[in-house]
Design a binder for this molecule. Structure first.
Ligand SMILES: *Cc1c(COP(=O)(O)O)cnc(C)c1O
Length: 405
């Protein structure tokens, strides 16, 4: 059991008053709020040991370096990666996917090779692959979904062949909440010799991740959706795959030796970390992960599931409201549409009542097109949300109906 009122006190932003009403923050799939320990880790770094890392020999530089590398070890444990050098710090999920398409993709994929993604991908797992296809002449194939928002695994199997060289799919859909059967997807891709990337942006805060058990070649996520800072993310890659890849960006830190004739690249993970990294946010990422570990992922998942069940029932009681995304396996994301009312109007009226939801296409325009809608309103729950807040959402939605019908 977890004490929600105690957890809420860790998030000072939850005390904000918005448009004269106490804030109800239901936009957690866009970014989660940050607990005090994370805020303190940032202030502590800048206030007490800000320095550039790895090359300094003075006290502050060594302290900053060891905090930075301690974060790498913490993330390794968090993902159960076999080796610490398999953890590459990036600026986020988008940056990690671009690293893989630009480095692995441009080196190993060629004309006619097939890349498989799915209908429910975020734009950041579509566009980088399209850019690669345009350059290299690869073919992008898309796994279809059913009306509940679940991947059609039979169709996926039919797509796989010796032409398939890469499969890149989302672990948990940000627009629908669907949890995809990624282990099975990975096994089937490997059976035809393809490499696999999993977009874990929405998964890490809800589900235990074990990259060795999954056996994925790459796993990417952003810390800002895991109670950590923005502008910081992780690319996990298998060591042998990463070693075979050329650097993505050139500059300081990623080298061993530079002459004008030839540069010798650094070893993993530094080969992929050119320039001064986002030191403060990497340091605070460790605190964010420790915070989630302190709560216990299973406790969090159980509580969020309770919110999902409660919220689903409450929303279904509203006439004319339809939930979009009804997969059997899903996290605490409630996307919905209301008859005759534009999602944006719902968002504006809820905001007047202090309730923050996201409206629109959620960076998944092809998915919206498949579902035949322009967008949805989305309430996504985190560990600090409550049933009372869901009740406020229901009251708010009744007000939306009264104002617009
Ligand atoms: C948020 C999100 C991304 C992009 O993450 P950034 O932090 O913006 O780079 C990619 N995929 C999914 C599923 C997401 O939810």
């Amino acid at each position: 059991m977890i004490d929600i009122q105690k957890i809420r006190r860790d998030f000072p932003i939850l005390d904000e008053v918005v448009n004269g009403k106490p804030l109800v923050y239901f936009d957690n799939a866009a970014t989660t709020q940050k607990p005090l320990p994370v805020l303190e880790a940032l202030a502590n770094y800048y206030g007490h040991y800000n320095a550039n890392i790895h090359r300094g020999i003075h006290f502050l530089a060594e302290k900053a370096t060891s905090a930075f590398e301690a974060s790498r070890t913490k993330i390794q444990e968090f993902l159960n990666a076999a080796r610490v050098e398999e953890i590459i710090f990036t600026y986020g999920t988008t940056d990690g996917i671009n690293l893989v398409t630009q480095s692995y993709g441009r080196t190993f994929l060629k004309e006619g090779d097939e890349i498989i993604i799915s209908t429910m991908e975020h734009h950041s797992n579509i566009v980088p692959w399209q850019m690669l296809c345009e350059e290299k002449g690869c073919v992008l194939r898309v796994i279809p979904i059913n009306d509940a928002g679940e991947l059609l695994m039979d169709e996926y199997e039919k797509m796989l062949s010796e032409k398939t060289k890469f499969v890149s799919v989302v672990h948990v859909s940000n627009a629908l909440g669907t949890i995809n059967p990624v282990k099975e997807i990975i096994q089937k891709a490997h059976a035809v010799g393809a490499k696999v990337l999993i977009d874990g942006a929405q998964a890490t805060s809800h589900i235990d991740i074990d990259v060795q058990a999954l056996d994925c070649d790459f796993y990417v996520f952003s810390l800002h959706k895991l109670y950590g800072p923005t502008g910081m993310g992780v690319l996990y890659g298998k060591r042998d795959v990463l070693n075979a890849m050329p650097p993505y960006r050139g500059g300081g830190e990623m080298i061993k030796e530079v002459t004008f004739e030839k540069t010798i690249y650094n070893d993993l993970p530094y080969k992929f970390e050119a320039g001064t990294p986002n030191i403060a946010d990497v340091v605070a990422a460790k605190t964010a992960v420790e915070y989630v570990e302190m709560l216990g992922k299973q406790n969090v998942a159980n509580y969020e599931h309770e919110l999902l069940v409660y919220g689903t029932e409450a929303l279904q009681s509203i006439e004319g409201l339809k939930i979009i995304g009804t997969a059997k396996e899903k996290v605490s994301v409630l996307s919905f549409v209301m008859e005759g009312i534009h999602p944006q109007d719902i968002g504006v009226i809820l905001d007047q009542q202090g309730i923050a939801v996201r409206t629109g296409h959620h960076c998944t325009q092809p998915l919206m097109k498949r579902l035949g809608i322009v967008g949805t309103s989305r309430a996504s729950f985190a560990v600090y949300n409550t049933k009372e807040e869901i009740d406020k959402l229901v009251v708010g939605l009744h007000r939306v109906k009264k104002m617009l019908n």
